[in-house]
Design a protein around this ligand. Structure first.
Ligand code: DNO
Length: 344
């Protein structure tokens, strides 16, 4: 496994120097943030990012995310142009040593939470989700910091209307069409495509969501068996779905899991949750069991600590401060080291 850390580019308040100081950090997970969704990422922009990483002694082998244009998800006639652009971006990234691309296929919205600074008893804050509160939000006017893309209310209105006729089956077919269109670029460059699960893994505001658990994984592999078609195993996203058996999934799909986002949740009732520190004892997910299952399954991909709390007075980007993610990385390093060494 290679331990990595998400870095939001030069605008990130956390420097590459600090990231490099976290023990065992092999590289960063980053993206070109100033190219509109659907356009080709220019080699010069990728080169600049890579140069910054090189200078800091960090690899840039994972990109999160290359966002997928809504026309592709909607299956519009313009999708072929956007798929060709996506394939070109893959080829451009391949020239700079990128090995894995994380993306998602969630219509319109990326991850959804109802509170970004939920106060914990110990004074720390975290992200949380309350379904009842979510139902009160206006999908026509939503924006969360940390989303790679967000739309004006006018665009949102148009998109929500367009999706009203898209079923789960149709959305899945559009995903397969997209993957078939980009697999040749992956075969050429060796880049692995790692789809991020829907977060949380259920339909939102009537929009279909299709990457929600083991069934979705089976369907995806059956539809596109190419070895470059795989997963970002996000424990927090999948774990919000109470029916998902994460250690079983980690073991079963270990060879298709190219990237693991490992984080903890604390269940509240049957649907709601708050995020928590990474330790197994801090929440409802069996983090050590998941790591053991990955190791047992022969997992050989990238790992990053995922959302952390804001602790020690840090006022970081929600989920993406330095301290708690660094603690998460340290904990995960320890788990992997111990399990790899003693449980074989
Ligand atoms: C949130 C992240 C997601 C993720 C995208 C991948 O913190 O896990 O925004 O980057 O869904 O495309």
């Amino acid at each position: 496994m290679k331990m990595t850390f998400r870095w939001y580019g030069e605008k990130d308040s956390i420097s590459l120097e600090y990231i490099k100081q976290i023990p065992n950090m092999s590289g960063v997970v980053t993206a070109v943030y100033d190219t509109p969704v659907g356009e080709v990422w220019a080699p010069e922009k990728i080169a600049k990012l890579k140069e910054l990483c090189d200078k800091a002694g960090l690899e840039m082998e994972v990109i999160e995310s290359v966002p997928v244009h809504e026309d592709i998800k909607l299956g519009k006639p313009t999708r072929d142009k956007y798929i060709a652009n996506y394939a070109q971006t893959i080829r451009n990234l391949g020239k700079f040593g990128v090995k894995c691309i994380c993306y998602n296929f969630m219509p319109v919205f990326d991850w959804l939470r109802t509170e970004l600074k939920h106060k914990n008893a110990d004074g720390s804050t975290c992200l949380s989700y309350c379904h009842e509160q979510l139902m009160k939000l206006d999908p026509h006017n939503l924006h969360l910091p940390g989303w790679d893309e967000s739309y004006s209310s006018e665009q949102l209105n148009g998109l929500l209307g367009e999706y009203s006729s898209i079923s789960h089956e149709q959305l899945f077919e559009n995903l397969v069409y997209f993957l078939n269109g980009i697999m040749p670029a992956c075969d050429e460059t060796g880049i692995n495509m790692a789809i991020h699960p829907d977060d949380p893994p259920w339909d939102m505001f009537g929009l279909p969501r299709i990457i929600t658990g083991a069934d979705s994984y089976d369907k995806m592999i059956a539809a596109v068996p190419d070895k470059h078609n795989g997963f970002t195993f996000c424990t927090g996203s999948l774990g919000a779905g109470r029916k998902n058996d994460l250690p079983a999934m980690a073991k079963k799909y270990a060879d298709r899991i190219f990237f693991a986002h490992i984080r903890q949740l604390k269940y509240e009732g049957d649907v709601d949750f708050a995020e928590a520190g990474h330790l197994t004892s801090a929440g409802s997910l069996d983090i050590s069991g998941i790591v053991k299952a990955l190791v047992d399954g022969g997992f050989d991909g990238y790992v990053r600590p995922d959302h952390g709390r804001n602790i020690w007075g840090e006022d970081g980007k929600p989920g993406y401060g330095l301290y708690d993610r660094a603690l998460g990385a340290a904990y995960l390093n320890g788990l992997f080291e111990a399990i790899e060494k003693y449980s074989k």
